[in-house]
Each structure stands twice: as C-alpha cells, then as structure tokens.
Ligand binder design. Structure first.
Ligand SMILES: NC(=O)CC[C@H](N)C(=O)O
Length: 371
C-alpha cells in the first residue's frame, strides 16, 4: 500500500554530507548521533535497548523488517533509538512468531526511519570520518534550516543520558523467595540482564540512576549490579560515588558496559570517546584468565583507558577486544568486583559469555558464606 506514496527523505551529517532516501513511519525530523550496527538479526532488541538513546541507528544488514516484530523481543518498554537508517525496509514479513509488522511497531512508537539509503557508502564514510551528529528528515527542501538545527544538537561527548531512560521508582523482578538478593542500579538497564539474573535464583530490586548506596543497601541485598546505558559515563557522578562506596565495603559488584565504565571511573581510570564504537553481534574477545576466545555482542561508543588500567595497582585486565586491543573486561585484584564492556546477556545471542552471570552468583555465594 505505502509503496508508491512514500515521501522523500534526507540524511544530513554534521559535516554537511547528504544521503537521500524515502521516509518510513512519521514525517518530520529526528536528530542524534549516527552509529551503525553490523548484526544480521536482533533489530527489535536493538531499537528498544536504552543504551541507544539519542542515536540514529544504521543497520548494515541490507533487509530490515522481514521477520516482523514480537512483543516479547524487547529490551525495554519502548523504542529508544532516535531514528533508523536502512537500505531495504520490508513492509511484508514472514515468521510464525511475529505478531506485528515492523512498520506498525515504528508507527506505534512514533519513530522516523529512512530507507533506500546507500548504507554501504554511509558506513564506510562514518568509519573513515568517525561518529558524528546527524538528522534524518522529510523536510527535503529545507536543508539549510536542518543544518542550523543540527548545529545545536549537543555532542555525545560529555552527555549524560542515563536520567532520560532510568526508572523513576524502584521495582522488583523475579521470585521473592529466591536465594540471592541483588540491587541493580538502572542507568539504562536491558530486560535480558534482569532475566539472566532471575534465572539464576536471584530476586532483583531495580533502582533509579541517582540512588545512593544507603538506599541501595537498605533492603539487605547480597550483591550489587551496575547496568548498561546510554551517553558518556563521565558525568554520572552519583553512580560513580555509589560504586566507590560499594567498593570501599568490598561487597560483590558486577558491571556491564556503562556499568563497567562507571567502575573504571570509580577507580580513577578515565574513559574516552572512540572514533567509532563497537556495535554488532560477532565481536571477538579473548579471556586472558582462561585464554579462551568469545564471540560477543557489543554496543558502546566509549571505552576505558588501557594504559591507565595496565598501570593501576588494584585493577587487572581480564578481557581484550581482539580487533583493536581495547579493554573488554576488568576485575579488581583484592575486591569482589568485575565488569565487562560487552553484553553477556545478548539476545538473540551469541551466548558464549553467559558464564559471567554464573561467576557473579558464585561471587555472591562466596561472600555470603564468609559473611
Ligand atoms: N551499552 C552500553 O552500556 C553503552 C555504554 C556507553 N553509553 C557507551 O556508548 O560506551
């Protein structure tokens, strides 16, 4: 039906480069930092992952929408990406488990997408020139005005976004009679992390992004978790202070992605914005403790400083990213704390790294026994 009637749309990068395409979903404009994900599957999980808040997502897979959507396959209750950029948008879908088309899902969430973009040229351009802000818009005749508005969009460097996606009130997940109680700081938490913890006999209380240690500890948890999330980790002073207090008391602590960066910052290790982040589901990581390789799901635009980590007396690098040698995981030498830059909870996978959740539960168990 919408095949002939679709409006023209443009993508304008902050440096003035323009790509042309057609609109899907609502009309208007959407601003954000442009980034690309190389995953062949899992688009609905990506669109609903709070870590993508504020970003225009380019799918390198040439066909998006062909397996529809399913209400279970979400990482939060709404779409979190700022806009979507694809080559071929499938209005038709085919899969027994699908309960809706991607088009309906985007429209329900009021998301603007642009299709028929030369995504190969776009990705190779961003790879060479680095992550930058951009706008997608149906205002194809108002490029100058789009450029003016785009110039006012804040840079991702230094941007605090956890407060935009975090829960407003604490809530519980799992079985209240489970053996382990975990306090999770929600700086953009994905549902599948909570599922993974709950499956391992844990009852989780999820707290807003700025909760302090005394509130997190009030209900007597056995362990603490710092979640993934959007934006620059550096401005998250409340979370960094909370992590410091957990570390001072040497309580079991696990961090994923943004949570991993917060743990590094709590130890005085700085973070930096990467030229282009890692976003995909086949990123190779080496576990330096076991010497085993892991294929991992990743989604980050910042990383922790490798030299400062190597020089740190209390922190050990446990995992490295094999493509570029960036730090993919750390542990503290004399404390019950570890963290990874990637996503062991990844859905649709890969599942190579789910042992990290077992390790966290083991750490909690040991601390419980010795307490
Ligand atoms: N998935 C995440 O938690 C991402 C962390 C952070 N926002 C980054 O881009 O590096």
């Amino acid at each position: 039906m919408k095949y002939q009637s679709r409006k023209k749309a443009v993508l304008v990068l902050a440096d003035g480069t323009i790509f042309h395409g057609k609109a899907v979903g609502r009309e208007g404009s959407a601003f954000g930092e442009v980034c690309f994900n190389t995953g062949m599957t899992g688009y609905q999980e990506i669109f609903t992952d709070p870590s993508y808040y504020g970003q225009l997502m380019v799918a390198t897979n040439a066909h998006i929408g062909n397996y529809g959507t399913n209400k279970e396959e979400v990482e939060s209750d709404s779409i979190k990406i700022a806009g979507l950029i694809v080559k071929n948008f499938s209005f038709d879908y085919s899969r027994d488990l699908a309960d809706s088309s991607l088009q309906d899902f985007l429209e329900k969430n009021n998301l603007l997408a642009i299709s028929d973009v030369d995504t190969r040229a776009l990705v190779s351009y961003i790879r060479d020139n680095g992550a930058m802000n951009a706008v997608i818009s149906t205002e194809v005749d108002n490029i100058d005005s789009l450029k003016e508005q785009l110039a006012k969009v804040p840079d991702m460097n230094g941007l605090e976004l956890a407060s935009k996606v975090s829960t407003k009130e604490p809530y519980f997940v799992g079985d209240p009679n489970a053996t382990y109680k975990i306090s999770a700081l929600d700086i953009g938490i994905k549902k599948n992390i909570l599922r993974n913890l709950a499956q391992r006999d844990a009852y989780i209380k999820v707290f807003p992004y700025d909760t302090n240690f005394s509130e997190l500890s009030e209900w007597g948890p056995d362990g603490y978790f710092l979640s993934n999330g959007p934006g620059d980790p550096e401005p998250l002073s409340a979370a960094i202070n909370t992590a410091k207090e957990i570390l001072d008391k040497d309580l079991p602590l696990f961090g994923i992605c943004l949570g991993h960066q917060v743990i590094a910052l709590a130890n005085g290790i700085s973070t930096y914005k990467m030229h282009n982040g890692h976003r995909g589901i086949n990123h190779p990581v080496k576990n330096l403790i076991t010497s085993k390789g892991e294929i991992t799901s990743q989604n980050h635009g910042f990383a922790i400083n490798r030299e400062e980590t190597e020089a740190h007396p209390d922190v050990e690098i446990t995992h490295v990213h094999l493509n570029d040698n960036t730090v993919a995981g750390i542990k503290m030498k004399n404390k019950n704390c570890f963290s990874v830059q990637y996503h062991p909870e990844a859905s649709p996978g890969p599942n190579d790294s789910t042992y990290l959740f077992d390790q966290f539960i083991e750490n909690i168990k040991k601390a419980k026994i010795t307490a």
